[in-house]
Design a binder for this molecule. Structure first.
Ligand code: 13P
Length: 338
């Protein structure tokens, strides 16, 4: 195993107060977001959108890594410069989403399992050659009546651990993402319990599969009440529940934790990350950063609308969002900065 290379990559991904940008929406998800924003759903618009993102001036000041999708990793600018080369030049480590989405979990109504292990070693070797140095696999855990089941948590975390082992073999740092969804009317406490169980099982599985914890990044959800829960939580309550949950489950050997935003507004996701740093500064064993998709991209996508004349303004918004998250990682974000 290329242990030293994995550790060096993970360190670069967690550098300074920067974070990661997930720009790895599958074609279906990207098209869905485009449809909502009134943008035509074609390969050329998806390419142009990603060009807008990666050519944002000074992006390397606030981002340490960017997660690409298979379609995007082969694409480049209108003038023919590959996106992956632009990222590398900006000092941003390129990563790649390697899971192939979710399907129904047989035997467990209402639950999902992630696809994509077949042929994964070959795909990882190809992505490494192209320049990707980390990967992402997202598992989905749904909270509902009598779910998540033990079977769902075990199956999903086992696949995450197998994926992680294959990545490390290929010299690629695995981001392991067990996302407990925000959909539903469950309480903060219920999200805490489910996230805690899931992370506990995940680290058991990673241990059982000989995954080197020094060479992986965890991408969890924050601990929040369900979107339809009548009792929403304060920013400080979310920060405290989230960090408490992580401290109880994530070994100190893990170099970094990078949150997904999961449907939180950009402002709230930033404020939550900031509150964690204000409250726990200097007391955490791992780096704590962001790996947002919607919470960084959404305002810029809505403004871009697929029009060239909006590129500069959209890039400004994208940079602003990422730099607010960078400030949050230092505990220096204030709502007035919005
Ligand atoms: P969101 O920040 O939009 O939840 O996306 C993060 C991600 O990469 C999901 O896999």
């Amino acid at each position: 195993m290329k242990t030293q290379e994995l550790i060096t990559t993970a360190k670069a991904m967690m550098a300074g107060s920067k974070g990661l940008l997930a720009m790895d929406e599958s074609t279906a998800t990207c098209n869905k977001r485009f449809a909502e924003a009134g943008i035509p759903q074609t390969i050329e618009y998806r390419r142009a959108y990603r060009e807008m993102i990666v050519t944002t001036p000074n992006l390397g000041n606030v981002l340490s890594g960017a997660i690409l999708f298979d379609e995007t990793i082969y694409q480049g600018t209108n003038d023919g410069v590959l996106f992956i080369d632009i990222l590398k030049k900006a000092g941003i480590v390129p990563g790649i989403k390697v899971d192939e989405g979710t399907i129904d979990l047989a035997g467990f109504p209402g639950e999902k399992i992630t696809k994509g292990l077949d042929g994964l070693p070959e795909r990882l070797a190809k992505y490494y050659e192209l320049g990707a140095r980390f990967a992402k696999w997202r598992a989905v855990i749904t909270i509902g009546e009598n779910i998540p089941s033990r079977g769902c948590i075990e199956a999903n975390t086992h696949l995450l651990a197998r994926y992680a082992a294959m990545c490390q073999e290929a010299g690629i740092v695995p981001i392991v993402e067990p996302e407990v969804l925000m959909d539903g009317s469950h309480t903060l406490q219920r999200c805490f319990d489910v996230t805690r169980n899931t992370l506990h099982e995940l680290f058991d599985q990673l241990y059982a599969q000989n995954v080197d914890l020094n060479g992986l990044i965890l991408k969890p959800n924050m601990v929040v009440p369900g979107l339809d829960c009548p009792m929403q939580a304060s920013i400080d309550e979310v920060a405290e529940a989230t960090v408490t949950c992580l401290l109880q489950t994530v070994p100190a050997a893990v170099p970094g934790v990078a949150f997904l935003s999961g449907g939180q507004s950009p402002q709230l996701a930033t404020a939550h990350l900031n509150a964690m740093h204000v409250k726990y500064k200097g007391k955490l064993p791992w780096a704590l950063t962001f790996s947002f998709a919607r919470a960084i991209q959404q305002p810029a996508m809505d403004l871009w609308k697929g029009k060239d004349e909006n590129i500069a303004a959209a890039q400004k918004l994208l940079y602003q969002r990422a730099s607010l998250d960078d400030a949050a990682r230092r505990g220096e974000y204030k709502p007035e900065m919005e």
